[in-house]
Design a protein around this ligand. Structure first.
Ligand code: IVH
Length: 720
């Protein structure tokens, strides 16, 4: 304990922490609390008192409350109750879980059958029945039943021993918890494959993306990641499937061949694959192989080949095993859906949200039966040879124009470049230099810093927003939307039509529409879906919106990270368009004082400040704004409806509030017309100081600013 920093001593009051310091403190708190948890739960040897431990947890919670955007994925606040297991327990398989040998060609399949015939000494006219079924691309698992009750589930592991994942397997809905059948052996191990369907995989990845978590590269990884969760409740939330196709330890078997076993599995309530077939000739086996391959893309789950198994179980026994592989079964893999071709060009597409996405233009090539001439290159880092989470690139080599590249198609996924044939790289091929200006509009394209992870975003984005033709339609739709300009009669459809016809390209165009209408051929009233009345109504609606509140106006600009709430906060802080515009322009030219001032606003994080700087730093946006401001009038933020003892006053909360949360106190103050700021200056009218207030209180006293305690404050606003 002596070598560690005193965990109780955290000097800076929480409300004075800067984001960077808060981030690093949350990190060290997470590590420290985790270590205390480990000592407490796993070693029964805590080295701090409960009270000291509580101080750490409380401080962590307070910092998170003040900087919710900095909350870590591994935040201790999300870890409650019993600690997660350190690892799964090991299970020794009563009967080893084997792997399969592979065959690739028709001749190999023929040779497999011949070998079996020779081994068993079969006559030429004796029938050799072979079961054929898809090889599921998932994870194998074994499920042990004792007296019909599911008692133990495990992964394959190294074949001899795996991991005990009983609780996780129990969450798979199609796996029976108990089996009540006369012919179900008293001890029986069902073996099969756990997998995730394509639909569920897509939905999971979408959810991962929405929650800022890494996406899975393919359904198999997703299934593996889901199954190997120490917390089974996470597994339960992931939709997994199971197909039974084999068995392990058993006292006896009720039937004599593979296909009857599959039928028995089905009767006992286990899911089995419907494509199972029995063949008696090599030609039929190959026909089933082709049939299954043809259905591969439409099955809804990944398979990577078929498995052939000798149908008779007595013959399986006689054939036995050789070096961990059965002689009685083999996998016939599908050819990889890959091909090699030349990368002719790299084009940059700009998405509707401003993301710059590189696309590979390829010399057309057939991959898995489909001609491919474009492939995704994902992002700037990918071209540099940095694959990143879930992406299939072979790491470490950059991708250049003129390269021979390996293209992969998997299921219905967009083709991707997975590798470069370095040996064939033309001498003149140069590293690709990714544009830092938007190819559509010339605006700066930037990579943001992710506040949470501290990493630079893999995506480069155009900052030209309203100006960029690739983004303009989306931005205009936002501009006229309900929470922004709310122009009746100008919805998504109309914006798209006007944009396509060139009538409205920028926000200012909306307000000049009426004046220009006479020169349109034909005027709006004669457009499809329009008439004189709807035209007149539209113009009237637009006219009423020439007057707009500052908060709606700021929200309408569609600046990244500036939504309704942030817009309101900015509007209240700056009060009128001129102050806001000046602050924005100052940020845009990199004025440090402007940045510091904005970062001091309670509720404005660095991402917002960065985005505002990018927006105002872009000359195109300034032009668009200037043109718009010529057309409209932005109303300053109105003073609160009735005057209150604090309306118009700037207040600062510091220290701990005991009667309500900081958020509530702030909301109440704002509802009464006060401005809440995060730092004390000569502009501050009142500082409300609770216990633990530090330098802000001192500063207020130094500046002669009125300091109230929480009760005085509540009395002042009449809420005690
Ligand atoms: S039979 C003793 N049948 O493939 C033979 N395996 O490469 C046991 N697999 O570890 C395996 N689908 O995870 C069999 N229909 C199927 C299969 C299948 C997928 C997997 C299984 C095994 C691996 C061997």
């Amino acid at each position: 304990m002596a070598s560690k920093p005193d965990p109780v001593l955290r000097e800076t009051p929480v409300d004075e922490l800067k984001p960077a310091a808060a981030r690093s403190e949350l990190k060290s708190l997470a590590a420290e609390i985790l270590e205390h948890d480990r000592r407490y739960y796993s070693e029964d040897a805590p080295d701090v008192t409960d009270a000291q431990y509580d101080v750490l947890r409380r401080r962590n919670a307070q910092i998170e409350a003040r900087f919710p955007q900095l909350k870590r994925k591994d935040s201790p606040s999300d870890r409650i109750g019993a600690p997660p297991l350190a690892a799964f327990a090991t299970v020794r398989h009563a009967v080893p879980m084997l792997s399969l040998g592979n065959v690739f060609t028709d001749d190999d399949v023929e040779a497999f059958c011949d070998r079996i015939r020779r081994f068993l000494g079969l006559e030429a006219d004796e029938e050799l029945a072979i079961a054929v079924e898809p090889k599921i691309d998932g994870l194998s698992a074994t499920l042990r039943y004792e007296d019909g009750i599911f008692t133990l589930g495990a992964t394959r592991g190294d074949g001899a021993q795996g991991e005990n994942i009983t609780q996780n397997l129990k969450t798979i809905k199609t796996i029976p918890q108990h089996v009540e059948a006369e012919d179900f052996p008293p001890v029986f191990e069902v073996r099969g494959e756990v997998f995730m369907s394509h639909d569920d995989f897509k939905a999971l990845n979408q959810a991962q993306a929405t929650n800022g978590k890494p996406e899975f590269a393919n359904p198999r990884n997703a299934a593996a990641g889901s199954l190997r969760q120490l917390d089974a409740s996470i597994t339960a939330s992931r939709p997994l499937g199971f197909f039974a196709y084999a068995w392990g330890e058993t006292a006896s078997l009720p039937v004599g061949n593979q296909n009857e076993m599959i039928a028995a599995f089905k009767r006992w309530g286990f899911p089995v694959n419907p494509l199972f077939k029995v063949c008696t000739r090599v030609a039929d086996m190959l026909a089933v192989y082709s049939e299954i391959e043809a259905r591969r893309a439409s099955l809804g789950y990944d398979i990577d080949g078929v498995v052939y198994k000798v149908d008779r179980l007595d013959w399986q026994n006689r054939l036995g095993f050789r070096s961990r592989q059965p002689r009685w079964a083999v996998a016939h893999k599908f050819p990889a859906e890959q091909a090699t071709t030349v990368l002719e060009d790299i084009e940059i597409q700009v998405g509707r949200t401003g993301a710059l996405t590189p696309v590979a233009r390829l010399k057309p090539v057939t991959v898995g039966g489909v001609v491919v001439s474009n492939a995704s290159l994902h992002n700037e880092d990918y071209i540099k040879g940095i694959g990143g989470d879930g992406l299939p690139l072979r790491e470490g080599r950059d991708i250049r124009k003129g390269d021979w590249v390996i293209v992969q198609r998997a299921g219905d996924v967009i083709p991707q470049i997975v590798d470069v044939v370095i040996g064939k790289r033309p001498g003149h091929a140069k590293p690709f230099s990714f544009p830092t200006k938007c190819p559509e509009c010339g605006s700066q394209a930037v990579r943001e810093l992710d506040e949470k992870s501290g990493k630079t975003d893999a995506v480069r984005r155009c900052t030209g927003g309203l100006f960029c033709p690739a983004q303009a339609v989306e931005r205009l739709k936002h501009f006229v939307g309900r929470n922004t300009f709310d122009i009746e009669g100008l919805g998504t459809k109309q914006v798209e039509a006007f944009f396509a016809e060139g009538l409205v390209r920028t926000p200012a165009d909306i307000f000049t529409l009426e004046a220009r209408n006479a020169s349109f051929d034909p005027p709006i009233a004669s457009h499809e879906g329009w008439g004189a009345t709807s035209e007149a109504k539209l113009f009237a609606a637009i006219r009423t919106r020439r007057h707009i509140g500052l908060d709606r106006f700021i929200n309408a600009l569609g600046i990244r990270h500036v939504g309704e709430g942030t817009a309101r906060l900015l509007a209240r802080t700056y009060g009128d368009i001129d102050s806001f515009y000046q602050a924005g322009r100052a940020l845009g030219v990199g004025d440090e004082a402007a940045r510091a001032e904005m970062e001091a606003i309670d509720g404005i994080g660095p991402a917002v400040v960065e985005a505002l700087g990018d927006f105002f730093g872009e000359a195109h946006n300034a032009q668009i704004l200037a043109a718009l401001l010529e057309q409209i009038e932005v109303a300053p933020v109105e003073a609160a409806a009735t005057t209150t003892p604090v309306s118009g006053k700037t207040v600062v909360f510091t220290g701990t509030l005991e009667k309500m949360s900081r958020a509530e106190a702030k909301a109440r103050a704002e509802a009464l017309g006060a401005k809440v700021s995060g730092s004390v200056s000569v502009k501050t009218d009142i500082v409300i100081a609770g216990p633990g207030a530090g330098s802000k209180r001192a500063k207020a006293e130094e500046l002669g600013v009125e300091v109230l305690n929480e009760d005085d404050w509540l009395a002042l606003i009449g809420q005690n």
